[in-house]
Design a protein around this ligand. Sequence first.
Ligand SMILES: [Zn+2]
Length: 121
Amino acid sequence: MYRFNPQPKPVKPDKKEATRVPQISSQQATRLAKYVMARVLYLKEHPMCEVGSCYKHSNQIHHKKGRAGKLLLDTKWFLACCTKCHRYVEDHPAWAQDSGYSVSRGQKMLGGGLAWGKFIF
Ligand SMILES: [Zn+2]
């Protein structure tokens, strides 16, 4: 049954076009592009796995000190390795540190954190 409504239906505003938020910033995209080049060059210069006495072809880069910030592009901390050795290094951090395949970033950060903590507490 029709009921009288004194107010007309509200007019919906035109929908805005959906804008997508980029998944990575342009700065990060540039950084990753530089990394891809550095990675390819490093693997070309180090075609064999550098872990232990492995003689397989290297196809991955292990970042001895992680990939944070400038470490991503610092080839000083790169280690060319095969998939199997890379997995082993990642799964056995204590062994990797003892063998020199990983360097702890935590010690420096822990020292800084404690020094910083003195100011807080
Ligand atoms: Zn290997």
